[in-house]
Design a protein around this ligand. Structure first.
Ligand code: SAH
Length: 357
């Protein structure tokens, strides 16, 4: 459909979904049609960007190839893990056009197979029904190996969280590792060991302890440690808050604490609770941090913006009576670009700070 101004002047061409909170998603502003040729060109542009900014085309490499609005493809996310693609459709309009999009993706990337994984929360919001897993081409049954920053990780394409791996933190893991030389590192919400193993390999950390409530994630984290011969890594399946309370009472302290929790704010009305959550988490985290230690704290809630998150850290400093100095304010990796015309595409904050006495 065409979107026009009050004066009837053409603004853009989009696709309409009365069931969705996003009624019209715009794709084209030049008056052209939303035809196969247009989708192919949009995908081609997204793939070219990854080739331009990332050196990740080789065997076992992984990258986000398409990031929804950031690539002008609102409602489609595609990640590549070695020779396979995982696609998530979050708009009805693109889901209806998936035959074309999937064929184009397979052709343009030369991938062996593609798995369409439904995202349940978004599917409900968009009124997407009958959205099942779909395999195109061939897909391995066992977890696949990818290499990130000289480390091998196993990724479960079918059952892993999100699309299998948190690619958006790739560069932040290296940045955090720079503070870990010889240190005792605590990796909270460690999933399959991304930050922990980078801290050991790139950072030469002394010891690392990773905590995650998902037993299957911890199992993969342990396998990843073995695969990379990083015997100093310990991973435990446990709740972060329980663990922090236990570590505090038993007097265990760390030089670096990393906290990368799941999204706390899923709706605008959830922002207040999310802020309380970040306050509680970061206060508890610094209680097990040595004076002068480094806190790497993340938030992937787009609704809590950078300024608000920094403000939370100010409150943490005030409430705990320990000064916090922000050393680095980081964001998502460049294969998750931020569209200057749609700033909601900026969601990841990774703040590295020093916490005083
Ligand atoms: N840091 C990870 C990604 C973390 S995603 C990486 O670099 O790959 C958030 C993780 O938090 C998920 O793995 C989820 O299982 C875990 N999680 C959610 N709630 C939790 C809780 N209360 N305690 C421990 N882990 C939790």
């Amino acid at each position: 459909m065409e979107v026009v101004s009050h004066e009837g002047q053409f603004i853009g061409r989009g696709l309409y979904n009365p069931q969705s909170a996003i009624r019209v998603r715009l794709y084209r502003w030049d008056g052209g049609a939303l035809d196969d040729e247009f989708w192919a060109a949009s995908l081609g542009a997204a793939l070219r960007l990854r080739n331009q900014v990332l050196d990740r085309g080789g065997p076992k490499s992984a990258a986000r190839l398409v990031f929804s609005e950031s690539d002008g493809l609102s409602g489609l996310t595609v990640d590549r893990y070695d020779r396979w693609l995982i696609a998530q459709f979050s708009s009805l309009a693109l889901l209806d056009r998936r035959a074309t999009l999937i064929r184009q993706l397979l052709e343009q990337t030369g991938a062996e197979g593609l798995l369409c994984r439904p995202d349940k929360t978004v599917a409900d919001q968009e009124g997407l029904r009958g959205l099942d897993e779909e395999v195109h081409g061939s897909l391995p049954n066992a977890p696949v190996e990818i290499v990130e920053n000289d480390l091998t990780f196993l990724v479960d394409l079918r059952a892993g969280q999100k699309t299998g791996f948190y690619l958006d933190q790739s560069e932040n893991r290296l940045a955090a590792a720079r503070y870990c030389r010889g240190k005792r590192v605590l990796d909270l919400y460690c999933y399959t060991g991304g930050f922990a193993l980078n801290a050991l390999r790139a950072g030469n950390a002394g010891t690392v302890l990773g905590i995650d409530s998902s037993a299957t994630a911890i199992e993969l984290a342990r396998m990843n440690a073995v695969l990379n011969r990083l015997g100093a890594a310990r991973f435990e399946a446990a709740d972060v808050f329980d663990t922090l309370a236990m570590l505090r009472t038993s007097g265990q302290r760390f030089d670096v604490v990393i906290a990368d929790p799941p999204k706390f704010a899923k709706h605008p009305r959830g922002v207040e609770d999310a802020i309380k959550g970040y306050l509680r988490l970061n206060r508890a985290a610094i209680e097990v941090l040595e004076p002068g230690g480094v806190l790497v704290t993340c938030s992937c809630s787009g609704l809590v913006d950078r300024a608000l998150f920094a403000d939370v850290l100010g409150q943490v400093a005030e409430l705990s009576g320990r000064p916090i100095q922000i050393l680095e304010q980081r964001g998502q990796a460049p294969d998750h670009p931020v569209s200057a015309s749609c700033l909601e595409t900026e969601y990841l904050k990774c703040v590295i700070c020093r916490v005083g006495v």
